[in-house]
Design a protein around this ligand. Structure first.
Ligand code: PMP
Length: 398
């Protein structure tokens, strides 16, 4: 009898399983739309020129590799705050924001969840239906019961606003709300500013704790535009948390660069909150890694590199938008039996295509086009070389 003899096999991550099947597929025209990363027109994950330049400078500097502070690089944390809240944010000036470097957006959610469990052990967590699949698992593993609030409306391919507000209202007072600040994963469907205002009012009335997750800033309408919800909360006088990620916007997936930010009542409170967050980090992984945060912070804090990065981010955003338009147009031109105009109205890397599990299955088996069973496709994996094959296949399975 070994220590592990009775251990059960955990269920396989469905997306990783799909990737394995894709890799094993020998058809030359196969296309993987199941991924959650941005590919360029050549079908590769780009290495941004701004990133390469910052890496070159770092390499030449031969900097020693000591430990970082528990909260990460100060210049990085400060750049993150400005990106989220605006460079002239009064919250930053008055010391109401605590930011710690994290292991990607996931690490920020995990540290935030662990901290909230200490602060509000009996709270309920609510996530959108549907949501990024790791949201539920993360908050459950932190010990919270996780419910979902209505979000996606399959009929309109939009947000079920009334249902969402009703569900937020019916949650126990003081619930933790995980909210996608922009470019909702998996649906691509976002709230309008007036909807955010309505959400904010429920949050205020019910004393809910907003936890804004922003993993795609710059992939929707622009860096500033995509921060609108965060800025709305910032102006509300409420306390809230933000998890942010540079995985996509810097194409630095494997470097694990993200941040957890908390907005408090005042500078003195910030000092106490930071001391507690540092305790959570210390007992998890001690302190964060250096490379990704050095790169991001040197790009964000150098005007030339920053301009280059913003231009490259703009190229990624524009390419995705163009693929949305081209996909809609190509499907219509090929005589698709339904209108896909909603794809062009969605934001970010993903689209809930409306394809059924059976249609997704046929796409894979008959045409080598891989998508998630829910119909989620990664628009950022489309390009001019594979668009015809993909739209042909979709029209055939409709
Ligand atoms: N939140 C959402 C909504 C995401 O889609 C993702 C990743 N795809 C994350 C958080 C985590 O980001 P990271 O890869 O930086 O951990």
């Amino acid at each position: 009898m070994s220590l592990f003899s009775a251990v059960e096999l955990a269920p396989r991550d469905p997306i990783l399983g799909l990737n394995e099947a894709f890799n094993a597929d020998t058809r030359p025209n196969k296309v993987n739309l199941g991924v959650g990363v941005y590919y360029n027109e050549e079908g590769r994950i780009p290495l941004l020129r701004a990133v390469a330049a910052a890496e070159q400078a770092r390499l030449s500097a031969h900097a020693p590799r000591g430990y970082l502070p528990i909260e990460g690089i100060a210049a990085y944390d400060s750049a993150v705050q400005k990106l989220l809240l605006g460079a002239d944010s009064p919250l930053i000036a008055s010391g109401r924001v605590v930011t710690t470097q994290s292991l990607g957006g996931t690490g920020a959610l995990k540290v935030g969840a662990d901290y909230l469990k200490r602060l509000r052990p009996d709270a309920v967590v609510a996530i959108s239906n549907p949501s990024w699949e790791n949201h539920r698992a993360l908050f459950e593993s932190a010990g919270f019961p996780v419910r979902s609030y209505r979000y996606y409306d399959a009929q309109s391919h939009g947000v079920d606003r009334a249902g969402m507000l009703q569900d937020l209202q019916q949650l126990p007072a003081g619930s933790i709300l995980v909210l996608h600040a922009c470019c909702h994963n998996p649906t691509g469907v976002d709230l309008r500013l007036e909807d955010w205002q309505a959400v904010l009012e429920v949050v205020r009335a019910k004393g809910h704790i907003p936890f804004l997750d922003i993993a795609y800033q710059g992939f929707g309408d622009g860096l500033e535009e995509d921060a609108a919800a965060v800025r709305l909360f910032a102006g509300s006088g409420l306390d809230f948390l933000v998890s942010s990620s540079f995985s996509k916007s810097f194409s630095l997936y494997g470097e694990r660069v993200g941040a957890l930010s908390l907005v408090t009542a005042d500078r003195e409170e910030s000092t106490r909150v930071l001391s507690q967050i540092k305790r959570v980090i210390r007992t998890n992984y001690s302190n964060p890694p250096t490379h990704g945060a050095v790169v991001v912070s040197s790009v964000l804090n150098n005007p030339e590199l920053r301009a280059l990065w913003e231009a490259e981010l703009g190229e990624m955003r524009d390419r995705i938008r163009q693929m949305r338009l081209d996909m809609v147009e190509r499907l219509a031109a090929k005589g698709a039996s339904q209108d896909f105009g909603f794809v062009a109205r969605q934001r970010g890397m993903f689209s809930y295509s409306g394809l059924t599990p059976e249609q997704v299955e046929r796409l894979r088996v008959e045409f080598g086009v891989y998508a998630i069973g829910t119909g989620r496709i990664c628009v950022a994996a489309l390009n001019q070389h594979n668009l015809d094959a993909v739209t042909d296949a979709i029209v055939r399975v409709l």
